[in-house]
Design a protein around this ligand. Sequence first.
Ligand code: F6R
Length: 605
Amino acid sequence: MCGIVGGVTDRNIVPILLEGLRRLEYRGYDSAGLATLSSEGLQRRRAMGKIVELEGVCDAQAIDGHIGIAHTRWATHGAPSVANAHPHSVGKIAVVHNGIIENWAELKAQLEKDGRAFESETDTEVIAHLVESEYNKDQDFVAACRRAIAQLEGAYALGILCRDEPNTLITARMGSPLCIGLGVGEHFIASDVQALLPVTSRFIFLEEGDFAIVQKASVAITDAHGESVERPEKQSQLSADAVEKGDYRHYMEKEIHEQASVVAETVRGKTSAGRFLINTLGPEAPELLEGVKGVHIIACGTSFHAASVARYWIEHYAHLPCQVEVASEYRYRTTVVPEGTLFMTISQSGETADTLAALRHARSLGYCGFLAICNVPESSLTRESDLVFLTQAGPEIGVASTKAFTTQLAALLLITDGLAQFHGRDSLPDLSGLDNIESAIGQVLGLSERIRKLSEQFVDKHHTLFLGRGPLFPIALEGALKLKEISYIHAEGYPAGELKHGPLALVDEGMPVVAVAPDNALLDKLKSNLQEVRARGATLLVFADESAGFESADGIEVVGLPHCSEAIEPLIYTLPLQLLSYYVAVLRGTDVDQPRNLAKSVTVE
Ligand code: F6R
């Protein structure tokens, strides 16, 4: 959500900034801008829309420099516009900012009283004014930044330039991620390592409250108390082309097809004799899991749907009470935490503001342990959790989450098995489906062309219902979320048995209904529910186990899926729903990877 890139080097920084922004564009794409210092002084270019628009502006009005900051925006304060685009510049100062300043209105009122005029509706411009006003007092850029930042309340990752300091870039973080890329005789900053992979693979990750002076030859960091600190250098394992689209038309398509290998990678080396190796979570994990008496899982969006599947699993296999909740609700309500309750978070990015806030809130509530499932090793969530299961999805660029979700499900199945080893010995899940998961996923993805053809039936629809039962109900929710977020078709997911309690009133010839029907104990119940729907004239698309006895007929299209073991059904039945949404969105001509109003990694509340 918003992306920052910056650097100080002997090279022309502009191509590095623009490439960095392209790599961060998935985090926000309302508007973009950059500022540099050169012999011409402080220069700035900004544009509405995507990075390509900014590139056009930079071509039309040439810009260069050896130090610079850049930003791609997802609007929070003020609509997308050139005036609201970052960097915000006041006098000799330019600022890029991710996050939200909560006391911006008070600060702005005071600055206006001091006679300052504002050009934008953003909270970021307040920071630029504050730094400038502090700088005017003693012309000490570093001290001015420190004094200004000390007045901010809320979340920020910052990059700040001063026209009088052509070798100094100031950066700071609180509540929004920021890393420093280390080069030889050059240093960079970014909100995400991916922005800097073409120039370095060596990174320092700032901690909450850190402030850094970044120069060509040095990086000096102080912590939240103003003490000098050394933060460890980390080597990124990501290659620069890990975030390329390759031959695929969209990142989402690429990421759907990567699932066979990344799910296999996520479970590789994690089992022995068909059971989860609990100590892969850390040496203290076995003792912790043994003492667990219940589980609370907190997440947002697609990650919440993964949590919702896990609730079925944990109660069924591990016989432990399990509660799941969206983070934005959990963090603001009173929760009763029975003794021995494990707190679990699930987040692809590990930077989702609501999930992080829920974790921080939960710290004081008496949980017995804190376990995170996350896809980003250096994220805030992994650093703040006691135990971490790192999924191996690799960078997920498409805004709609696909491979992150299925790797989360694989991780949750293993963790469920870990809990069941202590608490549900008579009901351990059958993990054998994970042994050949790569080919099982590959087989289902082989249905792409059939699903692409079926997607034509959805192009002119305004609504769609998704149905499932048991652990497949959250998969119906996930199918509906995918369809609405990338094709803008209104969609709802329901447990199939709930339709007759209200939603059946919506069903007519114009309402396609998609159902997921593995061959499990609920199959006959689901079949009856689908009869009710068909009787009301709805056209049905059923993704069903080949052996489930479904046959295509008038008004019912059945796509057979190879039989799979019960424990991996949610994972397998997610795949056709992802493909369906993808193809519907392509046919409708929407911006599949960067759907309107959304951005990846929601680092603001
Ligand atoms: C939907 C989607 C979002 C995210 C949600 C949580 O396709 O991607 O719903 O799942 O914003 O993000 P993470 O998992 O990064 O915490």
